[in-house]
Design a protein around this ligand. Structure first.
Ligand code: ZN
Length: 184
């Protein structure tokens, strides 16, 4: 039996029987939503295994969302795929608080905004194709010009003792570089 694709959910019966937990399973389609790092795979199907319950005049929806995603490895930029699993616990109320609760309409709730938001937050921000991916890693190997001196150059590295004499020498370095030779 395929799951219901409707994002609209009637909660009339739930509101009549507060405290009764009702399982609801939906599969919602969002398309390729996401970030440049990771998007929902294919048609953007999200499977929602939820439990709906009226608490006072509000509807509380708990459960878990599952969705396949694809993205680009942050090191080698190769394709990465995975399945996210996001727990949800949201409140639908008649006067929702922006960014905190969702709107409870006339005996109806719209699951789509809740599911979409939770999935977007659940997508990986910096996916890796594998933990030991050998591709370039900007965190560990910051890009720098090849002829630049690494910050720790020479630190504890033993040097040729013949160079030690140079350490004794002091050069008076002018604050400003010498003027370029004149064109004459
Ligand atoms: Zn990789």
């Amino acid at each position: 039996m395929s799951a219901d694709r409707q994002a609209q959910l009637s909660v009339v019966e739930d509101l009549r029987h507060p405290g009764v937990r009702r399982p609801v399973r939906r599969v919602l389609e969002f398309g390729p939503v996401g970030t440049t790092a990771a998007q929902l795979a294919g048609d953007g199907l999200v499977e929602a295994d939820l439990v709906v319950e009226a608490v006072g005049d509000d509807i509380v929806v708990t459960g878990v969302l599952r969705a396949p995603w694809t993205g680009a490895c942050r090191r080698c930029l190769g394709e990465v795929a995975g399945e996210l699993e996001v727990p949800v616990r949201e409140i639908f109320e008649r006067r929702p608080t922006e960014g905190e609760t969702y709107r409870l309409g006339d005996g109806m709730v719209d699951l789509a905004p809740m599911v979409r938001e939770a999935v977007l937050l659940g997508l990986p921000l910096a996916p890796l194709c594998s933990v030991d991916c050998a591709g370039p890693d900007p965190d560990r190997f910051p890009a720098r010009p090849v002829d630049a001196v690494p910050p720790d150059a020479g630190g504890d590295t033993p040097r040729d003792p013949r160079w030690a004499v140079l350490d004794e020498l002091r050069f008076d370095t002018p604050d400003d570089p010498p003027p370029p030779p004149s064109a004459d």
